[in-house]
Design a protein around this ligand. Structure first.
Ligand SMILES: C[S@@+](CC[C@H](N)C(=O)[O-])C[C@H]1O[C@@H](n2cnc3c(N)ncnc32)[C@H](O)[C@@H]1O
Length: 323
């Protein structure tokens, strides 16, 4: 076994990130319907549930079975009506649309929860020696072991570069392939370190951080999920409904920014036309002109919040162009 720690699982706490900022942009009111697309440990859900109260409905989605178990505890004492869908959020939102559900707010808090990161057995963390798993939904086929042991070197190199911005993607991918079969996260950390020049192993942050992020994103199809879910999350809102997303890196933030920016745009005529001929009306008004970051005190008390960015918009009434 490796030099990495092997620990018994200490159920962590997950501190909801940008909690007061999220509540402020969503402005939940008594009796409203909310969709929490990433229930996790229910930190944000609790705040919304308190505000929508007994006549409100909170629909929660998460693809992790452990999250469904936490939802059962939450629902038992929730101050509002609740429902849970154990689904990926794009599929869950699509199902809700098919049922005719319409909501006053929908929000996404992307990435992993501390419950997932700190449960060493799930293989999300480079700090513990664990099986190469990294699946948020344990029922899905593809795991980190499949990527490390079966994908062609060029494909591994490509995801390390695209999803991890890893400068040494090519040489790390070569090390991964030459060390097959990799069995544990410690084997992966060793391969990553061996694929880097010695000086790069001692830079800022853990040398495996970027590669672990990249492999996790690939295992869980995180960016495809997000691209697919955004139009559904928008369509499920009533006019006046609020949408918000918390992203943790630019790969997540960019599609959210682009999506909301396109909805908020009026004229889409090619530049240079003397008058507008498109007649295009904005569908959204941005609540956050720029992404909102955590306060210094939140970053100090919850270091995992450091890279968070919140964006939000309200759906305009397409008939009147107003909220
Ligand atoms: C950052 S955590 C959410 C934490 C939550 N807001 C809280 O305060 O406890 C992200 C959660 O989203 C879930 N998740 C991530 N991607 C998902 C997807 N595509 N479909 C469904 N759930 C997803 C993860 O399983 C995880 O539980």
């Amino acid at each position: 076994m490796s030099q990495l720690a092997t620990l018994t699982y200490m159920p962590a706490e997950h501190l909801p990130v940008l909690a007061s900022e999220l509540t402020a942009v969503l402005a939940p009111q008594p009796g409203e319907t909310a969709i929490d697309c990433t229930f996790g440990g229910g930190g944000h859900a609790r705040l919304i549930a308190d505000r929508i109260g007994p006549t409100g409905t909170l629909i929660c989605i998460d693809r992790d079975p452990a999250s469904e178990e936490r939802f059962a505890d939450f629902a038992a004492g929730a101050p509002c009506q609740t429902r849970f869908l154990r689904r990926d959020f794009s599929g869950g939102l699509c199902d809700l649309l098919g049922e005719g559900v319409r909501a006053d707010m929908a929000y996404l808090d992307l990435g992993m929860s501390s419950f997932q990161l700190d449960n060493w057995e799930r293989g999300f963390s480079y700090s513990y020696d664990a099986p190469l798993d990294m699946r948020m939904d344990a029922g899905q086929q593809l795991s980190a072991a499949d990527i490390c042991n079966e994908w062609p070197q060029a494909r591994i190199s490509s995801i390390l570069r695209r999803f991890g911005d890893e400068r040494y993607a090519g040489s790390i991918a070569r090390e991964i392939v030459s060390r097959r079969p990799l069995e544990s996260t410690a084997d992966l950390v060793d391969a990553i370190k061996a694929g880097m020049p010695p000086a790069a192993r001692f830079g800022a942050g853990h040398p495996a951080k970027r590669s672990f992020q990249a492999i996790r994103i690939a295992v869980n199809s995180e960016l495809d999920q997000l691209e697919d879910a955004l139009p559904f999350a928008w369509r499920v809102l009533r006019p006046g409904g609020r949408f918000a997303a918390i992203a943790f890196h630019s790969l997540e933030d960019r599609p959210v920014k682009r999506f909301l920016g396109d909805l908020a745009r009026g004229c889409i005529c090619p530049p240079g036309l003397p008058v507008c001929v498109c007649g295009h009306e904005p569908e959204a008004e941005l609540i956050t002109r720029r992404a909102v970051a955590p306060s210094d005190s939140e970053q100090a008390s919850n270091p995992r919040s450091r890279s968070a960015h919140l964006r939000a918009a309200v759906k305009l009434d397409s008939e009147s162009g107003s909220v």
